[in-house]
Design a protein around this ligand. Structure first.
Ligand code: FES
Length: 106
């Protein structure tokens, strides 16, 4: 199990235990994290799972895929640390990961 911290834009923090191999989006949906919708089920086709990766974690999480980059072009308030959470696979290496949900999804 890997701990992931979700912050929302109101400053509320939720820390959940996530099974390795799932995605950050799936973990958010299963745990009713507000602000992540995941409408396409993780196919990188909706952009409603947008999160900001904490600066300290950016390198470990890695960069965007080209398809993800295309979807983020339609996102709301996209920043250099924006990622689609359905494209972030959970593993031990991400234990303690911190992400923040945007004010709204696109
Ligand atoms: Fe649709 Fe991530 S769930 S792009």
């Amino acid at each position: 199990m890997t701990k992931i911290q979700f912050n929302d834009n109101s400053g509320e923090t939720r820390i959940i235990d996530v099974e390795n191999g799932t995605t950050v989006m799936e973990a958010a949906i299963r745990n009713a994290i507000p602000g992540i919708e995941g409408e396409c089920g993780g196919a990188c086709a909706c952009g409603t799972c947008h999160v900001y990766v904490d600066e300290a974690w950016r390198e470990r999480v890695g960069g965007r895929t080209p398809m993800e980059e295309d979807m983020l072009n339609f996102g709301f308030d996209v920043r250099p640390n924006s990622r689609l959470s359905c494209q972030i696979k959970v593993s031990d290496a991400l234990d303690g990961l911190v992400v923040t949900t945007p004010e709204r999804q696109a």
